[in-house]
Design a protein around this ligand. Structure first.
Ligand SMILES: Cc1cc2nc3c(=O)[nH]c(=O)nc-3n(C[C@H](O)[C@H](O)[C@H](O)COP(=O)(O)OP(=O)(O)OC[C@H]3O[C@@H](n4cnc5c(N)ncnc54)[C@H](O)[C@@H]3O)c2cc1C
Length: 296
């Protein structure tokens, strides 16, 4: 590992002051579970490392004014165990619980998972499906970026080198809505996703119609993908097996996976549709919509 200067600011303002200016190559470290691997493998070679994991104002999980807010330095374990997250966004708790193993979740943060910009990052599809927005701060300004618009490529985000994500807000899900996160890996723990994704649905149970649908896939393209054509094929339509299977076909046709050591592109395409159908079925079940009538 190359030498670097290590700084540990106590406050957000101190961290932002340290990030100001371009005179040296600076890198933020939170839990370090991604960045330490990159440093060890000489993939990055910063002059200065700025640790943010213990800045109180960017930790914690709260609910107010119709939003669930999660500090960027909240760990994946804290998210998995949070009563607020489990109650209002259970699919995010499930996504966080699926990351790595206990040691990784105890150190790894949501800010790190989001900013590392891996196409296989597990919390990202759930956050996009839930309509999450990142608050991004620098000494000059604070701005809001929908997670869906944060990614520009593999390992690349729209966050500037002098900026930090401070927290992530999720609008409180509507009544009669539910969601489901799914992940296919080679084994249960420590497995990077072959395919992951999330669906969020709103329904009019009395009329058996979809009122809202978000379909998000990960590990099947350079960045997380929201599949609007599949969403549009369902919104306002009847809840039945045929409509869901048609949407699954759209999911398969709209993703552009690669073949790699974990799976072939063909396998990823096929399994994505099946996982989508399962997630829709799980979500409908949570809402008490009797999917068995329709034979799902
Ligand atoms: C053995 C192992 C297994 C893993 N398994 C999984 C898995 O199953 N699923 C999965 O999704 N990931 C997995 N990971 C990856 C990693 O653990 C997660 O992405 C984790 O959430 C990263 O968080 P961190 O706090 O450790 O990030 P760090 O390593 O501290 O940072 C990651 C990147 O984000 C930037 N960053 C961090 N916080 C901020 C912020 N607030 N604002 C701006 N930039 C920021 C850093 O500069 C760096 O570029 C695994 C890693 C290992 C080593």
């Amino acid at each position: 590992m190359a030498k670097f200067k290590y700084l540990k600011p106590n406050t957000l303002q101190e961290a932002l002051d340290l990030l100001k200016g371009n005179e040296s190559d600076k890198k933020v470290i939170s839990g370090g579970t991604d960045i330490m691997v990159q440093l060890r493998n000489y993939k990055i070679d910063p002059d200065i490392i700025i640790e943010i994991s213990e800045i109180e104002s960017i930790k914690g999980i709260d609910k107010k004014d119709g939003f669930i807010t999660i500090g960027a330095a909240a760990t994946l374990t804290e998210i998995t165990e949070s009563d607020i997250v489990k109650r209002y966004c259970p699919m995010l708790a499930k996504a966080a619980a699926s990351v790595g193993a206990t040691q990784i979740r105890n150190r790894g943060t949501i800010g790190g998972n989001v900013c590392n910009a891996s196409p296989a990052a597990d919390t990202v599809p759930a956050l996009v499906a839930l309509g999450a927005v990142a608050t991004v701060a620098s000494v000059e300004q604070e701005r809001k970026v929908p997670l869906e618009e944060l990614y520009v490529g593999v390992g690349r985000t729209a966050i500037g080198s002098n900026e930090l994500i401070t927290y992530i807000s999720i609008p409180q899900p509507a009544e009669n809505s539910a969601g489901s996160f799914f992940k296919l890996g080679k084994r249960k723990a420590q497995a990077i996703s072959i395919v992951n994704g999330a669906v969020y649905i709103g329904v009019n149970a009395a009329e058996r119609k979809f009122t809202d649908v978000h379909v998000v896939m990960g590990s099947v393209a350079p960045t997380v993908l929201r599949i609007r054509e599949a969403e549009e094929s369902l919104i306002g339509k009847s809840i039945n097996r045929q409509n869901i299977e048609n949407a699954a076909e759209i999911v398969r046709s709209k993703i552009n996976p690669i073949s790699d050591v974990r799976a072939t592109a063909e396998y990823r395409k096929d399994v994505s549709g099946n996982l989508f159908i399962q997630a829709m079925s799980d979500s409908l079940e949570q809402l008490g919509v009797d999917v068995s009538i329709e034979g799902i």
